[in-house]
Design a protein around this ligand. Structure first.
Ligand SMILES: [Cu+2]
Length: 192
């Protein structure tokens, strides 16, 4: 007997290709689908991390469900001092090498901007979402969310090129039983 249920059998794949205003695919775009039903299904992720390597945060953009602990291993020989003053998560990992004893718990939705006290050029973003349907684009600009049950969602798109403090764009998306492929043009110059 198949292990999947009827609702999974009806679930669709949602593929969003994020482009800039000029039609160029955007890497590091975050896409997520919100609904009341989705919020009830959210669970923390395991093994989330942002490493520091060659004085760069890797990945520079991380999207996690609310309640997820994120590790910040330092893989450089120099020490880093990772911090965020964002309302979504304010924390400080004072000058350290190696792997800090405790991960940082991201227990509120929103976007946390991270920096390093020692290396001003280092920036990362943690996007904390209240849904299990999310993803981050690679070079091709595409985010694919699988097994999305039919329903009415808010399609949210965010990219680090949006001005600081600007929330993810927000529009309605109806998901049925058929797969969805959609191009989303994010004009960061004009904002959402
Ligand atoms: Cu640093």
């Amino acid at each position: 007997m198949p292990a999947w249920t009827l609702s999974q059998a009806l679930a669709a794949g949602v593929q969003i290709e994020v482009q800039d205003g000029g039609g160029k695919p955007l890497a590091d775009a975050v896409v997520f689908l919100q609904s009341r039903e989705a919020r009830a299904l959210v669970r923390p992720a395991q093994g989330a991390e942002i490493a520091q390597k060659a004085k760069v945060f890797d990945p520079a953009v991380l999207v996690v469900p609310v309640g997820t602990p994120v590790a910040f291993p330092n893989r450089d020989t120099v020490r880093h001092h990772v911090y965020s003053f964002s309302p979504a998560k304010s924390f400080e990992l004072k000058l350290y090498s190696g792997v800090p004893a405790n991960p940082v718990l991201f227990d509120k939705t929103g976007i946390a901007v991270l920096g390093c006290n020692i290396h001003d050029a280092m920036t990362a973003w943690v996007v904390v979402v209240d849904t299990p349907y999310y993803g981050r684009s690679m070079a091709g600009g595409t985010v694919t969310m699988t097994d999305v049950p039919p329903g009415n969602y808010r399609l949210r798109v965010w990219h680090p090129s949006l001005p600081l403090g600007v929330p993810a764009t927000d529009q309605a998306l109806q998901v049925g039983s058929a797969d969805i492929r959609q191009v989303f043009a994010l004009d960061a110059a004009r904002g959402p």
